[in-house]
Every structure is written in structure tokens, then in C-alpha cells.
Design a protein around this ligand. Structure first.
Ligand code: ZN
Ligand code: ZN
Length: 180
């Protein structure tokens, strides 16, 4: 989960990085709370490009994540394919380091590195968290659960009378429109 700058020979390096969920404590915590759970191993395709002190990393992530449907609450798997870029810049020397400068680097999406070592773990974890769909559906036509009896309406029907969320049409039904 870290790379020494000296390994980027000739200015570029391509690497495939395969790791377990153990490397990402935040992801484990979320999965334990019933949230999205990434399948193992997580595979990253990394392409490092060095230009002087700056290192740009193009990352492609192919992953399978186990999610809970926001409507019917069933678990389902979805493949994710994400591409993003990280830019590493050298950490300023101690005497020059001011909160203001650090904040600026962070806002620009720049990741400071120290001692010629690029630490990827935190940045990758952040990207993984952002890649997770916020309110996923098992399928766009998911019927969800009956709000009255809780039956999964994708699998079976029930006889409950369900009030429509938007009853504008119910009101309109009662008006006696004249037919022209
Ligand atoms: Zn569903
Ligand atoms: Zn029902």
C-alpha cells in the first residue's frame, strides 16, 4: 500500500495491486454495520507517472460490492469499475509547514508525501467509499416491500390496500369534469 519513489524508474511504472479488505479499516467497519461489503481481493491497476517531485497516479479499480437494495432491502451484488487520478506532492519542510498550506493542498486534491514514500492506503480508501452507490436498487423496476404487511412485492403479491404516495389523482377522480 506504499511505494518508494525510487521504484518509479524512467518516470513511469505500471503495477497491479491486489489486497484484502484488512487494509481498509473503514470499509470493514461499514460492512460490519450492514453497509456495502466489498468482495476480496480488491484489485487496483496503478499507473505512476513521475515528473520531478510530482507523481500522478492513474488508478483503475474493478470490484464487486455487496449492497442492500433501498426498496426491498434484499442484498445483491454489483460490479464497479472506477477510474480516478491521485496527485502526490512533496510535504513541505517542517519550518515551512503551516496549516494554511496543508489545507490548500488538500483542497486541490493533492496528497503530500514524506521521505520519498507514497502512501496510497488512505486515498484509495476514500475513493472506494465514494464509489459506493448511495441508495442502490437491486433493479430499476424493484417493487419494494408492502408498507402494510412487509411482503417483498418482487416475489409475491399481497391483498393489502396501499395508499398511493401521491394522491393527486385520487382527488382528481372525485371531480366531475365535463366532457367537451
Ligand atoms: Zn430491490
Ligand atoms: Zn401487504
Amino acid at each position: 500500500m506504499r511505494l518508494e519513489l525510487k521504484h518509479i524508474k524512467g518516470g513511469a511504472l505500471e503495477q497491479e495491486y491486489s489486497c484484502s479488505l484488512m487494509e481498509f479499516p473503514d470499509l470493514i467497519e461499514i460492512a460490519e454495520d450492514g453497509g456495502p461489503k466489498f468482495s476480496e481481493p480488491l484489485v487496483f491497476h496503478l499507473r505512476f507517472q513521475r515528473s520531478g517531485q510530482f507523481v500522478e497516479v492513474d488508478v483503475r479499480l474493478d470490484a464487486v460490492v455487496d449492497l442492500q437494495c433501498g426498496r426491498c432491502l434484499q442484498r445483491f451484488e454489483r460490479s464497479l469499475s472506477e477510474s480516478f487520478a491521485l496527485t502526490f506532492v512533496p510535504q513541505l519542510k517542517q519550518c515551512e509547514t503551516e496549516d494554511e498550506v496543508e489545507l490548500e493542498a488538500d483542497e486541490l486534491g493533492l496528497i503530500p508525501y514524506e521521505d520519498e514514500i507514497l502512501e496510497l492506503q488512505e486515498a484509495l480508501q476514500e475513493q472506494l467509499l465514494m464509489a459506493v452507490p448511495i441508495s442502490p436498487l437491486c433493479k430499476t423496476s424493484c417493487q419494494g416491500l408492502c408498507p402494510v404487511c412487509g411482503t417483498n412485492l418482487n416475489a409475491e403479491k399481497c391483498d393489502c390496500v396501499r395508499k398511493p404516495f401521491n394522491n393527486k389523482f385520487v382527488v382528481l377522480d372525485k371531480i366531475d369534469f365535463k366532457k367537451s
